[in-house]
Design a protein around this ligand. Structure first.
Ligand SMILES: [Fe+2]
Length: 313
């Protein structure tokens, strides 16, 4: 059966994508950001997921104010990069996993989460930037390392879903994946944030104290986070800080107790706080993922990394 083995939280700052595309990753300003993802890429190469579910938000690329689904699941066979105003990013077309995506859609809709099913969609920086950060730069004529199921969440027009709703959708996705008969190792991304505001009198707002508390609770006590009302995100993390609710879908899809195996936080990147975390399910998840390595080996590896690495405050 399929199993979600780990969750990844990552900001999806568009300027990070531009830095990759324009060859600026070695410039001191950007090297500070990219160096924080080197271990993550190593982790991803070791983990070798069969499928990634990526929770992100569309930034008026595939959708517009004409149509704003709260939760939209990509069930297509492929998702081309969107033209966000200066041509599509030079990244490969994202290959989907229609069979698993359709299974998730059926399972969660029958569990009373009314997803929008999307059979044709482009994907913007909200998804492709975290893919670059975790998979590295991939030539546009090559292939991403694994298929991806996009899950777009409305955080651009009020009202976005509550943190509790997001967490419970994650729970439903977990159940859906675990009822899929094929032996697939799945990872799930929550993207966006952390604190940032891109317009208005508070443009440039960053609240590192809030961000770090969010990461701490995401790892150890996510129930504290599901109660946070929208207005607190807006007040404490800025207008665009509401993107952080998407990380709760990722967290809801994991076990109650997880191993935090990596964390990175740096400010600023294009006026945004960059946050990143990797959470692995306990041995149960590692065992299910053991088609490439024995469970004991994977558990030993997880234990060795349980000493959380914290890079830059
Ligand atoms: Fe965003």
């Amino acid at each position: 059966m399929a199993r979600i083995v780990a969750g990844i939280g990552s900001s999806h700052v568009p300027a990070i994508g531009a830095a990759i595309d324009n060859g600026k990753t070695e410039e001191p300003y950007w090297k500070r950001v990219f160096s924080g993802f080197e271990k993550s890429q190593e982790w991803m190469r070791e983990t070798k997921p069969d499928v990634a579910i990526i929770v992100y938000n569309d930034h008026a690329s595939a959708f517009s104010v004409d149509l704003i689904p709260t939760f939209a699941l990509g069930c297509a066979a492929e998702f081309p990069p969107a033209d966000e105003g200066w041509g599509p990013r030079p990244v490969p077309v994202v290959q989907g996993h229609p069979a698993l995506a359709s299974h998730i859609a059926q399972s969660v809709i029958l569990d009373e989460f009314d997803l929008t099913i999307v059979n044709k969609m482009t994907v913007d920086h909200g998804m492709t930037v975290p893919m670059n950060l975790l998979f590295g730069k991939v030539d546009k004529n090559a292939h991403w390392p694994c298929p991806v199921i996009p899950l777009a969440v409305n955080v651009v027009m009020y009202p976005p879903p509550t943190g509790h709703r997001c967490f419970m959708l994650g729970r439903a996705i977990k159940k859906a994946v675990e009822s899929y008969p094929d032996d697939l190792k799945v990872v799930i991304f929550g993207t966006g944030g952390l604190s940032h505001q891109i317009s208005g009198p508070r443009a440039g707002l960053i609240n590192s104290k809030w961000d770090k508390a969010f990461l701490d609770n995401l790892s150890k006590d996510p129930q504290k986070l599901v109660k946070i009302p929208h207005v607190d995100y807006m007040r404490e993390a800025g207008a665009e800080g509401i993107e952080m609710v998407m990380w709760l879908i990722m967290r809801g899809a994991l076990d109650d107790k997880v191993d935090e195996v990596y964390r990175f936080y740096t400010v600023p990147a294009s006026n945004t706080a960059v946050g990143h975390i990797i959470l692995e399910n306990h041995r149960r998840g590692a065992k299910a993922a053991g088609k490439n390595k024995p469970a004991a080996v994977k558990h030993k590896r997880a234990a060795a990394r349980a000493k959380v690495e914290r890079v830059r405050g």
